[in-house]
Design a protein around this ligand. Structure first.
Ligand code: PHB
Length: 390
């Protein structure tokens, strides 16, 4: 009888502890990562995927008692309907808790309504048109915005004897954002934009646009092209003889991205740009990041896109720690708003009102270090919010 009583007591304790455990304790946190792993913007996908893998390797694959499971999907980078279908399948079939990635603006726009409808956190790790975060209350951005990085170079140009500028940007959201912000800040500094042209996103032919810019005889060309396109742009800048005609090139860091900068050759030397990340950023955290990234991915240099992936994962891990592993959309967003931390790029935070990233923007110059081209930072503007939303 005593034995029976003891057994019953043990069973009761076991049952009670089972009932008390959170139902999903054993379930993994599923992250649906949608990236351009093929097509013209594959470098963006590869950089972010590499950073996400490195983050998990460095910090472990379990947070707040839950395993992290990443489901990677390739949207090929140029078809919003494919991104939308993949996001739908990830939500409905795979039952992901979080959507992440989004290499280009039209792709982020395509997935945003699904994040809102399903109340799923959507971490934008790359796409950089200002308006993206307004398309779903569940969007958080860990990359940057074009207005955020374009103001710095416009201000620098106006203060450094550049009076007349011709603008060349890719003809879609981020390019138009870059153009508008440059015009605004440059005019405020006393500069004049004497002409501008927008280059198609698909199969761009930079030659004729470069010729038009040269014919306008500005002091400088200000340029934005999306990450991965800088090589073609720089080639035409050199071949059409703009530098020889005394025309300087100033740009956002997208044009000189670290993934392809070293292959651009000496045409890129001396080009001034503003951006939120350079692989040459001098900090303890970044030295470690670059060394770990290169060890895990021989022959590759981390670019600014990789940081969007790294910090996107950092955001997810920090939020899960705060919520005790709860991925509920509203709780996730509440925990993420206002969060601030030290990234390899410097101090960053998530603006509580806009859910967009606030960060330091650096002014840099392309220089050769040990035979390799780098964007060397020489000035900085701290705590830059997205001016596109003010
Ligand atoms: C974008 O499509 O939002 C985008 C892509 C690449 C960049 C910047 C913005 O370098």
């Amino acid at each position: 009888m005593k034995l029976l009583k003891t057994l019953a007591a043990i069973a009761a304790i076991a049952l009670a502890s089972l009932a008390g455990a959170p139902a999903q304790a054993a379930d993994p946190v599923k992250i649906g990562l949608i990236l351009p792993m093929s097509g013209p913007f594959a470098s963006t996908g590869k950089q972010i995927d590499a950073a996400v893998k490195l983050y998990i390797k460095t910090h472990g694959d379990t947070v707040a008692g839950r395993k992290i499971q990443v489901i990677l999907k390739d949207d090929t980078g140029t078809a919003p309907d494919v991104t939308k279908r993949l996001a739908q399948e990830l939500i409905v079939n795979d039952k992901v808790d979080i959507l992440a990635g989004f290499g280009l603006t039209p792709l982020a726009f395509a997935a945003a309504p699904l994040s809102e409808e399903a109340k799923k956190p959507m971490i934008v790790m790359a796409a950089a048109t200002s308006a993206i975060t307004t398309k779903s209350p569940y969007i958080l951005r860990t990359s940057f915005t074009l207005p955020q990085v374009s103001a710095g170079i416009a201000d620098w140009a106006a203060k450094n004897k550049i009076k007349k500028v011709y603008i060349l940007v890719t003809d879609y959201g981020p390019g138009i954002d870059a153009e508008n912000q440059f015009k605004k800040t440059f005019a405020a500094g006393g500069g004049e934009v004497i002409g501008s042209a927008r280059i198609p996103l698909k199969n761009p032919d930079y030659g004729p646009f470069m010729q038009r810019a040269k014919d306008a005889a500005p002091d400088a060309v200000f340029a934005f092209v999306p990450s991965g396109e800088g090589t073609g742009f720089m080639k035409e800048f050199a071949e059409r003889g703009l530098a020889k005609a005394g025309i300087k090139l100033i740009a956002t860091g997208d044009v000189l991205d670290d993934d392809i900068l070293d292959a651009m050759g000496d045409t890129a030397l001396g080009v001034i740009s503003s951006h939120h990340y350079s692989a040459a950023h001098k900090s303890k955290e970044n030295l470690q990041y670059v060394a770990d990234f290169q060890k895990a991915n021989p022959g590759m240099r981390p670019n600014f896109m990789s940081l969007g992936g790294w910090d996107g994962m950092d955001l997810i891990y920090q939020v899960l720690k705060k919520t005790g592993g709860d991925t509920n959309g509203d709780k996730f967003l509440a925990a993420a708003k206002g969060m601030s931390w030290l990234s390899p790029r410097g101090q960053i935070s998530i603006d509580a009102e806009t859910r967009d990233i606030t960060q330091t923007v650096y002014i840099r110059k392309v220089e050769k270090i040990d035979g390799h081209l780098y964007n060397v930072e020489f000035d900085q503007i701290k705590d830059v919010k997205d001016p596109g939303k003010q």
